[in-house]
Design a protein around this ligand. Structure first.
Ligand code: ATP
Length: 197
């Protein structure tokens, strides 16, 4: 099984790109989904979240109270505390899921994460793919996707590193400034290049 990391800034097209790989048969693991799964299921994490943020971190039926935790983290400026509980579990959990995907017969495993070149990098990734797109394009695309105003997107963008300075850390750089059709063609080519080594 080939292991691929896909990264890039907000609105660079990571999910769109990964969806194309998925269509061709790849197993895709999204880092945000993984973090939610860890918070929902890992007993040690659950205990730490309750100790740190209180009983309301989980609903009465035991499900994760995402709204409450998001409020605690973002409005009360405690994102780092939350990350310190969840992030250390990410690489190991990713590797566990990679193994299961391999056993299930997947030939390509894709880990999609904004924080991959900087940190939270699982071991044994064979290729890192970095998506880049012009700032204005990314802003426009996220505005359309999330129905939010420009300021909010720019603010989120400014909290991220400029990914164009990280090109040297990637094996493949995709400039996603063209149409979705062009992205699709690039992704297909890459998928089969990866598969055939
Ligand atoms: P985030 O970091 O916010 O999760 P992302 O990198 O996963 O963002 P996507 O959600 O894949 O980015 O892309 C942002 C939006 O732009 C989506 O609605 C997507 O369909 C659209 N998009 C991506 N690439 C293109 C393209 N080449 N042409 C037109 N729209 C695109």
């Amino acid at each position: 099984m080939v292991r691929v990391g896909v990264t890039g800034g907000i609105g660079s097209g990571k999910t769109a790109f990964c969806n194309i790989l998925k269509k061709h048969g790849a197993y895709v693991l999204n880092a945000d989904d993984l973090a939610k799964k860890i918070m929902a299921e890992d007993p040690a994490v659950k205990e730490e979240l309750v100790d740190t943020f209180g009983r309301d971190s989980y609903k009465k039926d035991g499900r994760l109270n995402r709204e409450y935790l998001a409020e605690q983290a973002f409005q009360n400026d405690r994102v780092e505390e939350l990350n310190n509980i969840v992030h250390p579990r990410i690489p190991l959990k990713t590797e566990e899921i990679m193994e299961k995907a391999e056993q299930a017969g997947y030939e390509v495993f894709v880990y999609e994460a904004a924080l991959l070149l900087q940190n939270l990098r699982p071991n044994h990734l064979d290729y890192i793919i970095l998506l880049l797109a012009d700032k204005e394009k990314r802003i426009g695309r996220v505005q359309q996707r999330d129905k939010v105003n420009k300021e909010l997107v720019v603010d989120r963008m400014e909290h991220q590193q400029d990914f164009s300075t990280l090109k040297h850390l990637a094996d493949i750089v995709i400039e996603n400034n063209g149409s979705l059709q062009e992205l699709e063609e690039k992704a297909e080519r890459i998928y089969y290049d990866i598969l055939t080594g």
